[in-house]
Design a protein around this ligand. Structure first.
Ligand SMILES: [Zn+2]
Length: 146
């Protein structure tokens, strides 16, 4: 049983675990079984590490959301998708080429800055051969990126 499993077990029992420095606190409408509290005590270090990692992930997600709200393209948004509402937008890799809605839709609806994506035809010469394609530039706060 992992620390995540124990945290989930507490939540299924209607409780929550909080940390404050090196301490774990349990909040539950009814006292949790003593056997569960014993297991939590035994695995305290792992639970603390798990909760800290979750907090760090949450803070990173909040930071990315704040960047997007300013129209800033997060560093890892290295792909392009075509949103049916926003048009071409920068996105993280793995998103389909076209989507019905995107992470920038919130900006569009709220009138917040939108990233600009420019596409232009080009014929670069690669190893002596001309290659046709589309070059995509993303304007973020760190300047132009391909
Ligand atoms: Zn969109």
């Amino acid at each position: 049983m992992t620390a995540s499993d124990l945290i989930a077990e507490v939540q299924q029992a209607g409780g929550q675990i909080h940390t404050d420095g090196e301490h774990l606190y349990l909040m539950a409408p009814d006292p949790l079984p003593i056997e569960l509290r014993e297991r939590l005590r035994e695995r305290k270090a792992e639970i603390l590490a798990e909760l800290r990692q979750r907090q760090a992930e949450y803070e990173a997600a909040q930071q990315i959301r704040c960047m997007r709200e300013k129209g800033t393209v997060p560093e890892h948004y290295s792909a392009i998708t075509i949103c049916s509402h926003c048009g071409p937008v920068p996105i993280f890799p793995g998103v389909p080429e076209t989507v019905e809605g995107c992470v920038w839709c919130f900006n569009r609806v709220k009138g917040l800055p939108m990233p600009r994506v420019r596409q232009r035809r080009f014929r670069p010469v690669v190893m002596g051969r001309t290659v046709a394609g589309v070059q995509v530039c993303i304007d973020g706060d760190k300047g132009e990126r391909a």
